[in-house]
Design a protein around this ligand. Structure first.
Ligand code: SF4
Length: 338
């Protein structure tokens, strides 16, 4: 089935529902795929006879499993569409992951990127939607006498060469073996994160627009670093901190939050742990006594939405810089590693 330019393996979902004699199904999908959500539900109900319900809360990644919130509803199966599994996360209700595979062929964009690549050994990384095209991407590079290198990644990574906004391990693993990286995908967050995580040149080839970027990634990286430096500077005078602990299954870092709290206490600063499912400016606004927040939840909260918050929201690494236990020269992107 095609949904918003992506291929969804509907037959696999139908087969699983039938094989397991499932009666009640909950479907999770990211907002970009929801336009035809009703069509998908109707098709599943018609072909399986099961009751299929849609989880309407936002879903940004495989870190966000609905299963905990669905307990008590008699749901037999969660179908999580649009993300690949994060293997370290255990679901309380049986969950199947169904990737949304991009229908865009990346080869033209990759061929365009070749002149911008640095050196001959190229680390190749991508997001879930383009994983199936990695072989084609490597073929293009080989045709231009380049050597593609694909990293395995850490325990949160389901497929070789895949990166998440919170996990660049598939790039970090191979950074010493490559001259530069080719990112296949859209948006700036992943290539900028990879550039910050590896300190190697990153060139992005966007299969949707055909655009190749290199200088823009450097510009965005510099702008981000300036903004993060400013946030750190503002936080230097803060005395009361809120440490955010994400409640989503794949964002929970309580031990990290407690480590940060101890650091703050040692430096004479007050802090409180804030347990949050969904972080937003509106949610934080009410905590008027707190001068600064530190997010141990999704690293994108502090970076992507930075302009929306009236008080600094730091990553754990940035708090370490504020407290003088890490120098600015050792700045790295925050990542969730387990
Ligand atoms: S923690 Fe954030 S970056 Fe990581 S998978 Fe979840 S939504 Fe994506």
């Amino acid at each position: 089935m095609e949904l918003a330019g992506y291929r969804i393996d509907l037959q696999r979902i139908i087969d699983i529902i039938k094989d397991r004699h499932v009666k009640s199904v909950a479907v999770q999908m990211p907002e970009g795929l929801r336009r035809q959500a009703q069509t998908l539900v109707e098709a599943l109900e018609k072909k399986t006879g099961a009751t299929v319900m849609l989880c309407a809360d936002p879903c940004y990644g495989a870190c966000d499993l609905a299963s905990d919130r669905l307990r008590g509803l008699g749901i037999d199966l969660v179908v999580h569409i649009g993300h690949t599994e994060i293997p370290t996360i255990k679901s309380t209700i049986p969950t199947v992951y169904v990737n949304a595979v991009s229908l865009r062929d990346p080869t033209a964009a990759v061929a365009q990127a070749v002149p911008k690549l640095v050196g001959s050994r190229i680390g190749v990384v991508t997001t879930a939607q383009h994983l199936e095209e990695l072989t084609k991407v490597q073929d293009v590079l080989r045709k231009h006498h380049l050597t593609p290198v694909i990293g395995k990644g850490g325990p949160r990574i389901a497929s070789h060469g895949q990166i998440l906004g919170c996990d660049f391990s598939a790039g970090i693993d191979i950074q010493d073996q490559v001259d530069s990286f080719l990112f296949v995908g859209s948006g700036m967050f992943h290539p900028v994160g990879l550039a910050l995580a590896t300190h190697k040149p990153v060139i992005a080839a966007d299969p949707y627009t055909g655009k190749v970027t290199r200088e823009e990634i450097e510009t965005e990286k510099d702008a981000l670093l300036r903004q993060r430096y400013a946030a750190i500077a503002i936080a230097q005078t803060a005395t009361r901190f809120g440490i955010i602990v994400g409640l989503k299954a794949g964002q929970q870092r309580l031990a990290e939050a407690q480590r940060l709290r101890l650091l703050l206490t040692e430096k004479g600063k007050a802090s409180v742990l804030l347990l949050l499912d969904q972080c937003s400016p509106m949610v934080l606004q009410g905590f008027a006594e707190l001068e600064c927040f530190v997010s141990t939840a999704c690293p994108r909260i502090a970076i992507d939405d930075r302009a929306l918050y009236s008080r600094p929201v730091l990553t754990p690494v940035e708090l370490e810089v504020v407290l003088g236990v890490r120098s600015w020269d050792e700045y790295v992107f925050d990542q969730i590693t387990s």
